[in-house]
Write a protein of this length. Structure first.
Length: 462
């Protein structure tokens, strides 16, 4: 007669086999989602989004080869879960959408990290609910509140650090995260305080920026921390503009990118950090202002870059612009007005066309509206068509705002992502097209920029 092994030993053996089956370079998350109104989950990491199909019984299984941890969130309909996935270690999630908070349970080797993130989110949620109250305080009082939040985070990390299986490396990352999140909040206080209190001036006390003392910027670990990347991006931009003596609105200007390349190479000795920030700023420049005038920076980047995926991405970004550079025929498109009537670009042949891609939720877009209104009034009887094309996903929000404001120039809704044909990655974006339907400028000056008037006044036959 065979002797049966205790159940505990069988489960332990199964766990060992399970661990051996997961490669050391694989991230893995599995689980069961009950009562979800969607069969598609989304794993969001920065700007990267992977879709995960959920089976009819609510189970899902996501595996992916990755050399680095993945930090982001799992989106399930209108709910989301903060996650941190480490290669070689698994995470399991179980939750009932009808009772989200009380039924969420984590398992797997990454359970302690997931539990920590769930607790952290509760702290974040409590703080964000009182945003108005915090940013309405005087600077000194705000700093006291922010110091208190920092202590809550520190206590939370300490609590989990003492637990078995909590990742030591992850704890160190979270301590850096907490520090840079506070730094970013202090940096943004003046702007946020003006917004919430409607004050024109908010005076910060002496020593407000002491947080910058002792910061070690040349640490590759910062590349995995969103708040640190936000801080470093701002630091690069401000330092580059100051050192190069650039004034005014420098967004999208090639000389600003040149200055940022200089600052990046001067600030970082880590090859990984140099490549990352060159890639980030180069991509931003191409997306926002075309590849024009940055050939030298492209050549420099391609000569030193090692990340083949990012190299391919930059090359694709450049290639995407080829069909809409000056002199090329503008892509045909169809949009609808408030009444649901379709309009196509070809209908306006024989007239110049000035296009504004915008959205109702976009602050900078709305800041341009008074200038667009004045532009329309000044050029109403000339040979030019001004059209605003909303990329709002919420069409009703667009209809409500346009109806309430009574804009007199053409108002259209882009329900089929026609904006992609014009490589619109940032809004507002403005395009100028000639009478023959050819591109004059795929990124024309904003209506608030006096240069636009000079361009329009110089058009033949306008």
């Amino acid at each position: 007669m065979k002797k049966l092994l205790p159940i505990s030993l069988i489960l332990a053996a199964a766990l060992i086999v399970s661990c051996k089956n997961q490669p050391v370079d694989q991230i893995k998350i599995t689980g069961t989602i009950k009562n979800a109104d969607t069969l598609v989950l989304k794993l969001v990491e920065g700007q990267k989004v992977d879709t995960i199909k959920k089976a009819a019984d609510g189970t899902f299984d996501y595996q992916k080869v990755s050399a680095k941890p993945v930090s982001g969130y799992l989106s399930i309909g209108k709910k989301y879960v903060m996650i941190y996935l480490i290669p070689g270690k698994d995470l399991n999630l179980s939750v009932d959408m009808n009772n989200w908070d009380s039924t969420m349970v984590f398992g797997g080797k990454l359970k302690p990290v997931a539990d920590y993130l769930a607790d952290k989110r509760k702290v974040m949620s409590k703080w964000s609910k009182n945003t108005l109250a915090y940013y309405s305080k005087e600077p000194a009082a705000f700093r006291i509140s922010r110091d208190s939040l920092e202590k809550v985070y520190a206590d939370l990390i300490t609590k989990y650090e003492g637990m078995k299986a909590f990742e030591e490396q992850y704890a160190a990352k979270e301590k850096l995260t907490a520090r840079f999140e506070k730094i970013v909040d202090l940096q943004n206080f003046q702007m946020m305080s003006k917004y919430y209190t409607k004050k024109d001036t908010v005076i910060l006390p002496a020593g407000w920026n002491d947080f910058e003392k002792g910061l070690k910027l040349d640490d590759p670990a910062l590349l995995q921390i969103n708040a640190a990347m936000q801080y470093l991006s701002g630091y690069i931009g401000e330092t580059a503009q100051k050192d190069a003596g650039l004034t005014g609105d420098v967004w999208g200007k090639p000389e600003f990118l040149v200055a940022k390349f200089v600052t990046i190479k001067k600030t970082f000795s880590s090859p990984e950090m140099v490549e990352t920030f060159l890639y980030n700023n180069l991509g931003q420049q191409i997306d926002g202002a075309t590849p024009k005038g940055i050939d030298a920076q492209l050549t420099e980047y391609f000569a030193l870059a090692k990340n083949q995926e990012q190299i391919a991405e930059i090359k694709k970004k450049v290639a995407d612009w080829a069909s809409i550079m000056p002199g090329m025929p503008a892509p045909e498109f169809t949009v609808v007005d408030l009444a649901g009537k379709e309009f196509s670009l070809s209908q306006f042949k024989g007239k110049y066309v000035f296009i504004d891609f915008w959205a109702t939720w976009c602050g900078p877009c709305k800041q341009e509206i008074p200038f667009l209104k004045k532009l329309y009034e000044d050029f109403e009887k000339k040979n030019i068509v001004i059209m605003s094309i909303s990329i709002d996903q919420d069409k009703k929000a667009w209809e409500k705002m346009v109806t309430a404001e009574g804009f007199k120039w053409y108002q259209f809704h882009d329900g089929n992502k026609m904006s992609d044909k014009f490589v619109v990655r940032y809004i507002p974006s403005f395009i100028l097209i000639d009478k023959e339907g050819k591109i004059i400028d795929p990124r024309a000056p904003n209506p608030s920029n006096p240069d636009l008037r000079k361009v329009l006044d110089g058009l033949a036959g306008i």
